[in-house]
Design a protein around this ligand. Structure first.
Ligand code: 6PG
Length: 236
């Protein structure tokens, strides 16, 4: 499979990256007259973006639904929780209806059970159990990039990398354990944007852009447009 063509933007620093991506997301969301589905990334890079996007004007908050590309299997109030990060940085700072927030369940269930529940929630929202290439599940999917080339919780060597049917998977080999969307679900998006910042990402980003197809992030094939928003430190 040839690597998808990507739109690359290099921003001066993390603050400029957050401002640019907030504007980019706002321009996608504002004209929408129907429901909008945004799949959020975890990790530290998007935190400033989430704070920035919460301040954007003329966002149709009542129509925007929020999902996660992966979750650490910790309580929702745990500082390691991706839900917690997005809740404190964005969702609690804007008029977001509670019914529009679709977290991964991490209490009273096993990771495998949570993955099954999340797949059911995604399919209920989508209205079908089969993804149609012409009708992406998400309008925007935000992703980070680990120094080992992982994205979401698709780590090198993980069985989840081979999943082409299920929309979610439990990831047992990490501490804490994870639940992740799989390539079919992450790729079912009109826009996929990798947000990459920091000098520590320079090597892996170069490997990714040079087409190292062994990296989990390199194996994503979005239905829509692939974007990289990176800061100068990561772009080298
Ligand atoms: C997570 C993320 C993960 C993250 C990368 C980059 O749950 O941690 O989904 O894929 O995006 O590890 O993390 P940083 O932004 O902290 O570098």
């Amino acid at each position: 499979m040839s690597a998808p063509r990507a739109e690359i933007e290099i921003l001066a620093d993390p603050a400029a990256l957050a401002e640019r991506v907030a504007d980019w997301m706002a321009r996608i969301v504002r004209p929408k007259k129907e429901r909008v589905a945004i799949c959020l990334s975890g990790g530290s890079t998007p935190h400033l973006l989430y704070r920035t996007f919460a301040t954007r004007k003329r966002i149709p908050w009542r129509r925007v639904h929020w999902f996660w590309g992966d979750e650490r299997f910790v309580p929702p109030g745990d500082p390691m929780s991706n839900f917690h990060m997005a809740e404190t940085a964005l969702l609690s700072r804007a008029p977001v209806p509670a019914s529009n927030i679709h977290p991964v369940r991490t209490e009273g269930v096993t990771p495998a059970g949570s993955a099954a529940l999340y797949e059911a929630e995604l399919q209920s929202f989508y209205g079908a159990a089969r993804l149609e290439p012409a009708r992406p599940l998400f309008d925007v999917t935000l992703l980070g990039l680990g120094i080992d080339g992982h994205t979401a919780s698709l780590f090198p060597g993980s069985p989840a990398l081979e999943e082409r049917t299920r929309w979610t998977a439990a990831v047992e080999g990490q501490t804490p354990r994870r639940v992740t969307l799989t390539y079919p679900a992450l790729g079912s998006s009109a826009h996929v944007a990798f947000l990459v910042a920091g000098a520590e990402k320079r090597r892996v980003l170069r490997e990714l852009w040079q087409g190292d197809s062994n990296l989990p992030a390199a194996r994503l094939r979005p239905e829509g447009q692939l974007h990289f928003f990176v800061d100068a430190a990561a772009a080298g």
